[in-house]
Each structure stands twice: as C-alpha cells, then as structure tokens.
Design a protein. Structure first.
Length: 354
C-alpha cells in the first residue's frame, strides 16, 4: 500500500550516524538534529553538494548558509581572523545557538555557501549528534534548516521527512530539537559592539552580559517594508515560515483587550467561511472558538513557546486552516525570537489594540 511504501521509504531515509558521516564525506546531503532545529548538511567545500542543498530546499541561491563546526581548531581554515569580542562570544556561547558572521578566508568554502559575500556565518551546535556527525564527516558542514523553503523549520525528524523525503540522502533522527527556534546571528566589532542580524536561541540579555553593547540590525524592525534598509543578513528579506493560510498577530498592553479582539477576528472569519486557527497561550486559549487551537504553553514561559512554535504552525497547514489569529508574546528572553518568527509568518500583519 501507499502507506507501507512511504513508511519503508522513511525507514530507509533514517540513517545511522557513521553512515551519515560517510555519505557527507562523499558529497551527499543528510539532515541532522541540532539544539535549535534540524539542519540539512553538506560538505561546505563541495559546490555540487551545496547546490544540491539549495535544490532540495527550493531555496533562493543568494541566501548564504551557516557553516557548522565541531571544534574551534576548524576556524583557522575558514576565517582570516577573530577579534576579541568574537572570541569572548565563542567562549561564552559555544557550543550553542549563536552564529557569528566572520571574514571568510578565500577559497575556504564553496562560493555558494557565502553567496559571494566576503564573510561566512559559523556556529558550533550544542548537540551530541551534530557534533559527532561533523567529526565523522571530517569537514565543516554547511547546513540551512532542513525544511522546504517557506515552510516552518523542522523540530522533529518527521518534519524533515514530510518536507524532503525523496530529495535528500537521509536524516539522522535525534528526537525533538531542544530550543525550537534557530540560532541568533550576530556580527561583532572589535570595540565590543554586537549587532543582532537574526534573533534566536541566545537572547539579547545573554549577549549583553558579554558584549559592551548590543543593537538590533535596523532592517529587523522594518522587515517587509519596501523602504527598509538593505538587510545585512540576506535571509531576513524573505518571507519565511509562511503558513498556507492568512495570518495576523494581535498585540496590545491589555491582555483582555487583546483576547477580545482575537475572538472577534475569529468570529468574523468563521462567518466568512474560513477554516480558522488560533495561536495563543494556556492563560487565554480557552476563550477562543476556532477550528484548530494551538497553545504555546504559558505566556510567562517563552522557552516553551519557542519549542512548540514551528510544530504548531505546521498543524495549521496540515489541517487546512485558511485564517490564523495569533497572540503576540512578551519580547523578553526567547520571546524576542518567537515574536520575530510570528511577525514573519504573518507577513508583518499586526493588529494593535492600543
Ligand atoms: O539554528 C540554526 O541556525 C539552523 C541550524 C540548522 O543550525 N540553521 C539555520 O540556517 O537557521 P538558515 O540557512 O535557515 O539561516 C541562515 C541565516 C540566514 O538568515 C542567512 O541570511 C544568514 O544566516 N547568513 C548566513 N551567512 C551569512 C553571512 N555571511 N552574513 C550575514 N548573514 C548570513
Ligand atoms: Mg531556515
């Protein structure tokens, strides 16, 4: 039957670590777990392998990839230098969900990895499977999130298979990814100034404990507007994580006003004949009538919201939801990354209640 066939295909695709390392060393593309989301890896020096990653994802080729290393000694071959701020950030957050944009050494990685920039984004993931796989492959791994372009990032091997079965050489199943949103991408000046190009698993509060100053790339605030300044992180200009349905985010100081407005939007949508979805928190979720209700956990626990976010967005697609109303979350800690992804998913369609 179709089901047995697809189950067999999935079983074949789930590969063991040693085999995956060999496949990567020979130019294959294999998905693997990290502490943020699943990545789709390729030898960063092998242009054909990297091109296969772009093709499998359907990703625009001017969007550069992050290079994953398992040992700091690998840096020397990749970059021309590391300043004091960068060194301090590595000391504090590696292995972990922090990506540093560094000056690339010419010829160190395929030009397809850097998309022609003179910098390369590097991180050391905090996941035993990812670290062992990079070692087994014996090369730095270029790895974007292992989803089809425009889909939510995968936090389970299952998500990878749904999006990419038939397009990749395998996936190493390591269970659920931990953090649930991608790494924080930063650029650091020698003076201690850190610019956040993409909010993620390492929070601004954590960065501020190490850096002299932390600022957000101005392009972050205006993403989606045509007047926005050229983003320093090319990925920021694409509408990522867009669910198939239309989505809006409701935001305001008064939680009751927010919930009332959300309920009203859902009611109006249901009257129009939409299949409705609501994304909220345990404190409010019971107040809404919707076809699909997703709670990200307590509004006071942004780590839990980050872990649940992408699987939640996938549920809306799976159940054919055409209109999604999402509740904004406080932008403290990991909440900043969650809000960033919600706004992108909604194409920056925000309803303010105050
Ligand atoms: O957590 C993560 O970072 C995951 C896991 C798999 O490690 N990877 C990930 O990769 O999210 P990807 O390709 O989906 O996102 C890479 C981001 C994009 O926003 C891209 O524009 C930015 O990093 N980036 C890559 N190279 C860059 C560079 N040289 N300068 C500025 N931004 C860069
Ligand atoms: Mg991605």
């Amino acid at each position: 039957s179709r089901l047995t066939q697809s189950l067999e295909k999935a079983a074949v695709l789930r590969v063991k670590l040693e085999e995956a390392g060999q496949t990567l060393a020979h130019g294959g593309i294999v998905a693997f777990p990290t502490e943020t989301v699943y990545g789709l890896g390729a030898d960063a020096r092998n242009t054909q392998a990297v091109e296969n990653v772009f093709a499998a994802k359907g990703r625009p080729s001017d969007n550069p990839l992050i290079v994953h290393i398992s040992d700091r000694s690998q840096l020397e071959a990749l970059v021309t230098g590391v300043n004091e701020t960068e060194r301090a950030l590595m000391d504090a957050f590696w292995p972990g969900p922090l990506t540093l944009v560094l000056p690339v050494k010419e010829g160190a990685v395929s030009p397809r990895v850097t998309a022609g920039l003179d910098t390369v984004a590097v991180r050391m993931p905090d996941h035993p499977v990812a670290l062992a796989l990079i070692s087994a492959a014996g090369c730095p791994l270029a790895a974007p999130s292992a989803n089809r372009s425009g889909r939510p990032s995968p936090t389970l091997a299952e998500h990878v298979l749904v999006d990419l079965a038939g397009r990749i050489d395998g996936v190493v199943d390591g269970g659920p990814a931990g953090v649930g949103v991608e790494s924080t991408v930063v650029q650091a000046g020698p003076d201690g100034a850190v610019t956040v190009l993409r909010p993620g698993g390492v929070t601004e509060e954590q960065l501020a404990a190490v850096a002299a100053s932390v600022q957000r790339d101005p392009a972050l605030a205006q993403a989606g507007s045509l007047e926005s300044p050229a983003p320093r992180s090319p990925g920021m200009k694409y509408t990522h994580y867009a669910p198939k349905g239309a989505m809006c985010v409701v935001q305001g100081r008064d939680a009751d006003a927010v919930a009332s407005r959300m309920a009203a939007e859902l009611e109006a949508a249901a009257r129009r004949g939409e299949v409705t979805g609501v994304l909220s928190y345990d404190e409010h979720i019971g107040r809404f009538r919707a076809g699909v209700a997703v709670s990200l956990g307590s509004a006071a626990a942004p780590e839990e919201a980050a872990r649940r976010l992408y699987a939640g967005l996938r549920r809306f697609d799976d159940e054919g939801v055409t209109f999604i109303v999402a509740e904004a979350c406080p932008e403290q800690g990991l909440g900043a990354a969650v809000m960033n992804r919600l706004l992108k998913a909604a194409g920056h369609h925000v309803i303010h209640t105050d």
